[in-house]
Ligand binder design. Structure first.
Ligand code: GLA
Length: 430
């Protein structure tokens, strides 16, 4: 069964006017892997402390991550003291962050990295730490700016929808008013069910750089699948909401943790690239396996994720067989195609053609982003892709090769090399 989906793409620029995150932000975020581990006595390597964030900063800057765009190191919940200081300001737990947040920010900036921090619109954070009530918004925004923080995630536990309606736009204003560019991640829509009429995506695009639409990712394939299904079931609402400076956030990458097989890890990376999703890894960069590293550092997939047009991709085919196909238009007349298997038996051989997938007449250069194999395919040629259970085949498809008439007619004969491929080169990042 083929499903045709019409999506209206909203090219107008309605993004938060701070000039940040024109492509989806990339980096590392503590929550999924480290949660609220504050037991530094017994678990010094993994507890939420300045050591953990410095370790991750070292890895990002020394192991080839930051050159690929992974520059944010983001603190999540459970970083603060249980009490504000005597002036009413949030303060880091002095035992776990003896240098304070400002020193950590300096450590990151010295390495050309950026620091993200977490707060909560409400009386308490989801983990029970001090929250930011409406009267504290300006003070907390200024505190983060004083610490030279570069990104702020505003969660929404322990507040009602009226408070959230006031608080999320107010925090946006307060962050801007500090004069420091601070990327703003809003959890607001996730607390409102993620869909209109409760969620106003036009407004979100104007006040936030990214937003969580849906529940928290966990370290399991079931969790990844639940997120993916929700995002593509609701693609007609979500695709127009995204664009440069304003991104839907399906939550962290769990590649390199414990819950995903190799195929599933490849699938998460590919699907997040199709969705133009922020790429925040939540894993242990100190002990990452080489296979996880290869997936997370795949330059072709990263360049698809980071495409400057910033158009979120869509599901174009949902077969009864369990094969689903996704497509994302990219700049320079290129695109990404993703074949995804939801089967659990054996590699499935799926037969189709580019014209069946809505490609116009022409011949295309197709590169498999995981194997780097390249072929040229006419729109009408039938081909077969073999997709592993819970795995993907992802292609970078470049524009129909242009016929260069000068070469074509050289010597009065048709030449083999008339297809001028140079314009269609794969956009490596480096
Ligand atoms: C909520 C958020 C998570 C994380 C936790 C922290 O559940 O959605 O991403 O920040 O709170 O307590």
């Amino acid at each position: 069964m083929r499903v045709t989906v019409t999506v209206h793409i909203n090219i107008q620029c309605g993004a938060l006017d701070n000039g940040l995150m024109l492509t989806p932000p990339m980096g590392w975020l503590a929550w999924e892997r480290y949660r609220c581990d504050i037991d530094c006595e017994n678990d010094p390597k993994n507890c939420i402390s300045e050591k953990l964030f410095m370790d991750m900063a070292d890895r990002l800057s020394e192991d080839g991550w930051k050159e690929l765009g992974y520059v944010y190191v983001n603190i999540d919940d459970c970083w603060s003291s249980m009490q504000r200081d005597k002036d009413g300001r949030l303060q880091a737990d002095p035992k776990r962050f003896p240098g304070g947040i400002k020193k950590l920010a300096n450590y990151l900036h010295e390495r050309d990295l950026k620091l993200g921090i977490y707060g909560d619109m409400g009386t308490h954070t989801c983990g029970g730490y001090p929250g930011t009530t409406l009267d504290k918004i300006e003070l907390d925004a200024q505190t983060f700016a004083d610490w030279e923080v570069d990104m702020f995630k505003f969660d929404g536990c322990y507040s009602n929808s009226t408070e959230q309606e006031k608080g999320y736009p107010l925090m946006s204003k307060a962050l801007n008013a500090t004069g420091r560019p601070i990327g703003y991640s809003c959890s607001w829509p996730a607390y409102q069910g993620g869909l209109p009429p409760k969620v106003n995506y036009t407004q979100l695009g104007e006040i936030c750089n990214l937003w969580r639409n849906y529940g928290d990712i966990e370290d399991s394939w079931d969790s990844v699948i639940a997120i993916v299904d929700w995002f593509f079931e609701n693609q007609e609402v979500l695709i127009p909401a995204a664009g440069p400076g304003r991104w839907n956030d399906p939550d962290m990458l769990i590649i390199g943790d414990f819950g995903l097989s190799l195929e599933q890890s490849r699938s998460q990376m590919a699907l997040w690239a199709i969705m133009a999703a922020p790429l925040f890894m939540s894993n242990d960069l100190r002990t990452l396996s080489s296979s996880a590293r290869a997936i997370l550092q795949n330059k072709m997939i990263i360049s698809i994720n980071q495409d400057p047009l910033g158009i979120q991709g869509q599901r174009i085919v949902k077969e009864k067989s369990g094969i689903q196909i996704f497509w994302r238009p990219l700049s320079k007349n290129t695109s990404a195609l993703l074949f995804f298997s939801r089967r659990s038996d054996m590699p499935y051989r799926y037969k189709t053609s580019l014209s069946k997938l809505n490609y116009t007449t022409g011949s295309y250069k197709v590169t498999d982003v995981y194997t780097y194999e390249t072929t040229v395919l006419k729109d009408s040629s039938e081909f077969v892709v073999s997709v592993n259970p819970s795995g993907v085949v992802m292609w970078y498809v470049s524009a129909p090769a242009k016929l260069n008439s000068r070469l074509y007619f050289r010597g009065g004969h048709v030449q083999d090399f008339a297809n001028e491929d140079n314009n269609n080169d794969i956009p490596y990042l480096l």
